[in-house]
Ligand binder design. Structure first.
Ligand code: B12
Length: 214
């Protein structure tokens, strides 16, 4: 039953079936599918769409429709993750956002959800977040961790701009910085002076906890 539910979730993405996205996600939850597994299935499916777009086999409207499917399905899955996961006491505070020039929200949203479900207080600044806005949020909220997402090779360097801004403002040693997004890897994270990198949302939680010694 749960394999069929996962198959159906994959199908709504690759068939751009926006109308059935919510219903399919609800059915998956009702069938008792592990919500993390469900989120991974949706992610893998949209990555395949992205790869086909990268190869010129699909076009921008296809990306938009696949993203719409995820936007409808993910909230139902994340609600379930939250229901199952949230512990009562905050283990730390995170400010998170997608960097300036970048409007990709889905991966950042998943990282935010899993951090929340793992007990972190999460302040989500959204997408297209300017360096100044990250710095202001760090000053005002004093988070333990600043998490940044970038999905474009052209916006990845924005993560470095923010780290440089933290240094200029004397804030660099007050917050741990973690980064992620499809063009990011450990080597890049090291090269811009980030404290951690996660390839997936669960990795993000692991690295955040490790940095705080939890
Ligand atoms: C959906 C999508 C869109 C949607 C976004 C909708 C939305 N609300 O997010 C729309 C259609 C708007 C879009 C637009 C564009 N896109 Co787009 N998009 C994608 C696609 C297919 C999927 C992204 C996604 O949501 N994946 C699912 C999530 C769950 O995965 P994820 O984002 O990678 O996040 C995971 C990890 O990376 C990690 N993670 C992410 N952030 C963080 C942060 C931290 C701290 C940590 C620890 C971990 C972490 O955890 C997440 C969960 O496991 C990708 C393909 C791909 N392979 O990524 C292309 C892709 C990213 N897009 C691409 C492009 C080119 C564009 C456009 C420029 C297209 C255009 N010509 O206009 C615009 C750019 C707009 C802009 N200024 O940002 C390229 C980027 C190429 C490059 N290397 O720069 C890709 C790779 C497609 C391709 N193969 O060419 N896109």
């Amino acid at each position: 039953m749960s394999d069929k539910a996962l198959e159906d979730l994959r199908k709504v993405v690759i068939e751009f079936d926006i109308d059935n996205a919510q219903e399919t996600a609800r059915k998956a939850v009702a069938a008792g599918v592990d919500p993390i597994e469900a989120a991974k299935t949706l992610t893998d499916a949209i990555r395949d769409i992205g790869d086909a777009f990268g190869k010129g086999e699909l076009f921008l409207p296809d990306l938009v429709c696949a993203a719409e499917v995820l936007k409808k399905a993910i909230p139902i899955i994340t609600e379930e993750i939250n229901k199952q996961g949230k512990s009562s006491k905050a283990v730390g505070k995170v400010v998170i956002g997608t960097v300036f020039g970048d409007i990709h929200s889905i991966g950042k949203g998943m990282v935010a959800t899993l951090l929340y479900a793992s007990g972190f207080d999460v302040i989500d600044l959204g997408i297209n977040v300017k360096s100044e806005e990250f710095l202001k949020a760090v000053k005002e909220n004093k988070p333990d961790i600043l998490a940044m997402s970038a999905l474009l090779t052209t916006t990845a360097m924005e993560q470095k701009n923010v780290i440089e801004g933290l240094k200029k403002e004397g804030l660099r040693d007050k917050v741990k910085v973690i980064i992620g997004g499809s063009p990011i890897n450990q080597e890049f994270a090291d090269s811009i002076g980030a404290d951690g990198y996660g390839a997936t949302a669960p990795d993000g939680v692991k690295v955040a906890k490790k940095l705080l010694g939890i």
